[in-house]
Design a protein. Structure first.
Length: 612
């Protein structure tokens, strides 16, 4: 969701704050602002719109100073406007705050503060925070923030500065990500490591309810009870270049083309011929022992990866698997038997609904294995074991390389379970590993076949509706393809199981309707060809995806049934989704570009959804 940046040190704060906010633009926002401590005063400039608008407004202000906080807001309470933008300041001008998350009991706090004489000017939940801190302020900012935090319910990451304590920045988090960075030139806070990469690689990840007091020359960490605690610094291995476009027009296109490398990195140290399988550094396969039932829970793209993961695990290990949307998992009061394993999937490791589902499963006795891309994230810290995907920074809001690395993670987990349960022979496991190791090379080949996708996109980008069809694993893949298209092009898009056509869906098909049909699964191909004929008979314009035969030949009967087709290199059935999703991502990208959409920052969406 929203982005937070804070700095206190030897340099001018405003350029650092603006640069950090630009690096967080991918998270989604509708307004931006900064507060800088300058010459005994706190000066705030904020506005609706992009950071470029904020920069223009700052040109007319004197914002010199070496301490400040900045924010990009995505509206939840109150419409996007100048007054509702962050930072928010107490009426006295003493306290300024940036906030990610939602204060669930803000109305009760607001009513109480109004009785105490405080005046409110915005529609936001955030405005109660500086007022509440101001109410408790008795000369010690840390104590005031601690007291205020104890009264707030919901999720929050806060950066707080005070006019009366210019050498201090206080940070606190609860269920919303916040990182503290350290360098010789000063110290920082941010909601995402990517904002800090040009300045430091040394970071601290705050635990829930912990606080940090950041000064120019040091950082102290405190428990909610006020006790000083130790935090271990971690080194970020991502390069600054990894978070830049590198010559590509958009981050999304760059990240699509990074997928072969991302697959290699995910498999490295885990998959090698003639060597034992591994879940990777820091994760023990012991968690897979004696498992009798598996639950997979996630949101959005990660949920679609979980649908593929269910089939992978069931076919490889013969263990029953349930896949749930994380936001629904808790509310069905799931029955979790003894010896159950919960696999949670979250690119950021901070997805609020996924964290809540994970905690529910743990309360009911399940062990938790997390698949995530972010070291030190909340999911990673709370899980029993962690499978890091090592996809590198993913900046575009629409997830691409995170998805294929999550599929790779499920393939490794499936193999480890099969090995432990002896549901696959050693020879079968070695053959499967050999095919997995070919995936990066075959992914490069798929990326080279973009002309068909560009051509079909150029003929169909103006349509208002599109439909995706698939069976089996292709149905899960169709769901992800449809999500990509609707996320970045704003075209109404639906995915359907091919066998459901005759149960109502076919009523939507008319002359010129665009249909994306997947027939990559050999046992289901003939049935899919029949489904394709059902829609082409009614005038549909079909783009089809089909796998080649083992000798590299294309399937002529399939090609003849569609308007345009793209072939996917032959591989094992369970590996096909890794390759099959790539042309779906590219098609969505080309359609969105042709429609003039903001591909990397689609409207109303955020990269990390840290509220329920």
């Amino acid at each position: 969701m929203c982005g937070i940046v804070g700095y206190i040190g030897k340099e001018q704060a405003t350029p650092i704050l603006l640069d950090g906010l630009k690096r967080l633009e991918y998270r989604g926002y509708d307004s931006a602002g900064v507060t800088v401590y300058s010459e005994g005063l706190m000066k705030t400039v904020k506005c609706k719109g992009r950071i470029a608008v904020l920069e223009e407004r700052i040109k007319g202000e004197e914002l010199s100073g070496s301490a400040g906080i900045g924010h990009t807001r995505w509206a939840t309470h109150g419409e996007p406007s100048d007054v509702n933008s962050h930072p928010h300041t107490s009426p006295s001008g003493r306290i300024s705050v940036v906030h990610n998350g939602i204060i669930e009991n803000y109305q009760a706090i607001k009513a109480r503060l109004i009785r105490k004489g405080y005046v409110f000017y915005t529609e936001t939940d955030t405005e109660v925070i500086p007022h509440l801190i101001d109410y408790y302020y008795k000369g010690d900012l840390l104590q005031a923030v601690t007291k205020a935090a104890s009264k707030m319910e919901g999720s929050y990451a806060l950066g707080v500065i005070s006019r009366d304590e210019p050498g201090k920045l206080v940070a606190v988090r609860k269920d919303s990500p916040l990182v503290v960075g350290a360098s010789d030139d000063g110290n920082y806070i941010a909601s995402d490591v990517s904002a800090l990469l040009p300045y430091t690689r040394t970071v601290f990840y705050l635990n829930d309810n912990d606080l940090a007091v950041i000064g120019e020359n040091g950082i102290d960490f405190y428990s909610p009870e006020g006790d000083k605690i130790e935090q271990t610094p971690q080194t970020v291995t991502w390069s600054v270049d990894a978070a830049e476009k590198g010559g590509y027009e958009h981050f999304m296109l760059k990240e699509i083309h990074e997928q072969p490398k991302a697959l290699r990195d995910t498999m490295a140290s885990r998959i090698a011929l003639g060597t034992p399988l591994s879940l990777g550094a820091g994760a023990s396969t012991d968690i897979l022992q004696n498992v009798e039932k598996i639950f997979i829970t996630a949101c959005g793209t990660a949920y679609h990866a979980g649908l593929v993961g269910r089939t992978i695990i069931e076919k490889m290990s013969k263990i029953p698997v349930e896949t749930d949307i994380a936001s629904e998992f808790r509310y069905r009061d799931p029955i979790i038997p003894k010896n159950s394993l919960m696999i949670v999937v979250s690119q950021s490791g901070e997805t609020a609904d996924t964290l809540a589902a994970m905690r529910e499963a743990r309360k009911k006795g399940a062990k938790v294995l997390a698949i995530t891309n972010v070291v030190g994230s909340s999911v990673a810290r709370e899980a029993d074991e962690v499978f890091y995907t090592w996809a590198g920074p993913e900046i575009a809001v629409a997830s691409t390389k995170a998805y294929v690395t999550q599929l790779a993670a499920f393939l490794v987990i499936g193999l480890c379970l099969a090995e432990a349960r002896q549901t696959m022979s050693p020879e079968e496991i070695e053959e499967f590993k050999a095919e997995m190791l070919k995936l990066p090379e075959k992914a490069d080949l798929v990326l080279s076949k973009k002309e068909t996708l560009q051509m079909f996109a150029s003929k169909t980008f103006s349509h208002r509706d599109m439909f995706y069809l698939g069976r089996g694993l292709d149905y899960a893949l169709a769901m992800e393809g449809a999500l990509k298209l609707k996320e970045i092009s704003y075209i109404h898009t639906e995915s359907y199981a091919g066998g459901e056509l005759k149960h109502g869906t076919i009523a939507l098909i008319e002359q010129g309707t665009v249909v994306i049909a997947l027939a990559t699964q050999e046992p289901l191909r003939d049935k899919m060809i029949s489904n394709i004929r059902e829609v082409t008979t009614r005038g549909a314009n079909v783009l089809g995806f089909c796998t080649e035969s083992k000798d590299g030949a294309e399937h002529e009967a399939f090609k003849a049934s569609v308007s345009a087709s793209l072939s996917i290199p032959y591989t094992e059935e369970l590996l096909i989704p890794v390759l099959g999703v790539i042309p779906l991502q590219l098609f969505a990208y080309y359609v969105a570009v042709l429609r003039g959409c903001d591909v990397d920052k689609p409207r109303n969406l955020a990269k990390s959804v840290t509220v329920e």
